[in-house]
Design a protein around this ligand. Structure first.
Ligand code: 5GP
Ligand code: ZN
Length: 138
């Protein structure tokens, strides 16, 4: 399934050229056009799923296995010092392209980024934590 006006559908199918570092029947992995570091890559499924909610479970498994293999390969090839794997869902969470993708971000000691990807830390009471825990426990 493809979406007509989706840039990642076009990149994944090869209709739009990209700097591809890996491909198989299910995925194309490309260098990000606006990288956070040298080697920042995106795992893109060839089929169109908007986000993790639409992604089938078997694909979720395959994407994680591929991320693990590429993390090892890229760390060796680029000699990076660490690695972030990031995956955004929804505008509020920073998603800008609404075709599921996983960011592979090699990290270097002096890459100019914050050590940790940033968020604010909340101070929640025990009651609030308990309440959230109750809502989430399966
Ligand atoms: P998101 O913000 O949705 O998690 O990530 C989208 C990513 O796709 C961004 O890091 C952005 O730089 C990258 N990107 C957007 N358009 C293109 C493109 O046409 N080519 C490539 N290679 N990367 C793109
Ligand atoms: Zn798409």
């Amino acid at each position: 399934m493809k979406e007509e006006n989706c840039i990642f559908c076009k990149i994944a199918s090869g209709e739009i050229p990209s700097k591809t570092i890996y491909e198989d029947n299910e995925f194309r992995v490309i260098l990000d056009i606006s990288p956070a570091s040298k080697g920042h890559a995106l795992i893109i499924p060839r089929e169109h799923y908007a986000d993790i909610y639409e992604l089938p479970e078997d694909m979720a498994g395959h994407v994680m296995v591929l991320a693990k293999k590429l993390a090892a390969h890229m760390t060796e090839a680029l000699n990076c010092d660490g690695f972030n794997i990031v995956q955004n869902n929804g505008e509020v969470a920073g998603q800008t392209v609404f075709h599921f993708h996983m960011h592979l971000i090699p990290r270097y000691r002096e890459d100019g980024n914050q050590d940790k990807l940033c968020w604010n830390h909340l101070e929640l009471s025990q009651e609030e934590l308990e309440d959230i825990c109750r809502k989430l426990r399966k």
